[in-house]
Design a protein. Structure first.
Length: 379
């Protein structure tokens, strides 16, 4: 059954509604552009804008938040990850492998940039067949195709050698059918298969931020939404550099947490309008609001955030209790909410009553040093 790489996807009768959220650990995605289990979400952008990092966030988040699910039959279900690297440089592949050495539930299938076109064409089919084998056994999995533009070029090269009549941009007419049949094999199944799912993240590399390319428009029409990573936002040190105006998640909101949906309603349009403003003629209040939103949604490389911390930051912003004009305020909030800080306060209170004043003054000095270090490091 799994030996047929070109098999069709599961029929509609065996599928289920996407109603289970996939936590990525990125505050911008979890609040404004949510993803559901079984969704097909496109990631497109120019070279070196952080496309693969989004999938790395998902791997780290699934390993951290569902760590208790590593015990069979207890806790949340495990999320298996598949990374399909097509015609990659060895330097990029080695960096990716070094970033996910801690994860036990990931399979990497990659080809070198000097590999044959036939191997590059077969890699996504092999990866989706492995994911289907886990899905049919009741497991959730997510798969990243990095990237499908190179896959389309390999398919074009094979067809030109075979003498197939070329179509637009010399691609064969069947390139849309190949990608649609590949992505149709993803989705969420019904209770007969324990509501197992395959979440797909195809990656497309654009040239000069041109999203009207032939392959890019094909994948946009197939998938359930897209993350567009802007080169301009990346240069302006906004991480992740997701353009909220051109990015959309069509079915993820039905799987989103109700509390996050209520808190973040209207923030996507607000962020888009603030980024389009001309601040030479606008007020300083709009500039402060944009700065606060950019700092709230800022994510360091491979630093995940929980849903509770995201909802807390958005509640503070919505109630206008505090303005996050600097990133140091975000990190101070993380420090204040950490269990280590609460335990340190407990030790300070004990030392005040039962130990010498020297130890108490030393702990107070240490606490003030931590605050000043966080303020200076991230300001």
């Amino acid at each position: 059954m799994y030996n047929n790489l070109l098999k069709r996807g599961v029929r509609i009768a065996l599928r289920s509604k996407v109603n289970e959220s996939l936590i990525t650990g990125i505050r911008l995605i979890d609040s404004l552009l949510p993803i559901g289990m079984g969704q097909r979400q496109l990631i497109l952008g120019d070279r070196s804008t952080g496309k693969t990092s989004i999938f790395l966030f998902i791997i780290i988040s699934s390993f951290s938040f569902s760590y208790i699910g590593s015990i069979d039959g207890f806790g949340i279900k495990r999320l298996f990850s598949f990374y399909i690297g097509i015609s990659l440089n060895l330097s990029k592949l080695s960096k990716f492998i070094s970033s996910i050495l801690f994860s036990y539930f990931i399979l990497i299938i990659a080809s070198h940039s000097s590999s044959s076109s036939l191997l590059n064409f077969l890699l996504p089919l092999i990866g989706i067949s492995c994911a289907e084998r886990l899905r049919d056994r009741g497991f959730n999995s997510c798969i990243c195709f990095d990237d499908l533009s190179k896959h389309a070029k390999s398919f074009r090269q094979i067809n030109l050698i075979l003498g197939v009549i070329p179509s637009r941009d010399a691609y064969p007419a069947a390139v849309f059918n190949v990608h649609s049949s590949l992505l149709e094999r993803c989705g969420k199944l019904n209770s007969f298969f324990s509501f197992s799912s395959i979440t797909a993240f195809p990656v497309i590399e654009t040239i000069n931020s041109d999203i009207t390319d032939y392959i890019a428009t094909n994948i946009i029409s197939i998938t359930d939404g897209q993350f567009y990573l802007s080169r301009l936002l990346f240069i302006n040190s906004i991480r992740p550099s997701i353009d909220s105006g051109l990015s959309v998640s069509r079915i993820g909101s039905s799987a989103q947490c109700k509390l996050i949906k209520i808190i973040s309603s209207g923030l996507k349009n607000e962020l888009t309008n603030l980024r389009l403003l001309d601040f030479s003629s606008s007020s300083s209040i709009d500039l402060l609001r944009l700065l606060s939103l950019n700092n709230i949604f800022y994510s360091n490389h491979l630093s995940i955030s929980s849903l509770s911390f995201t909802s807390l930051l958005l509640l503070i912003y919505r109630s206008s209790l505090f303005t996050f004009s600097s990133l140091s305020f975000i990190y101070l909030f993380i420090l204040l909410l950490s269990s280590e800080f609460i335990y340190l306060l407990y030790i300070i209170s004990i030392s005040l009553h039962f130990y010498s004043s020297f130890l108490y003054s030393f702990l107070i000095f240490y606490l003030s040093f931590i605050f000043s270090f966080y303020s200076l490091s991230f300001s």
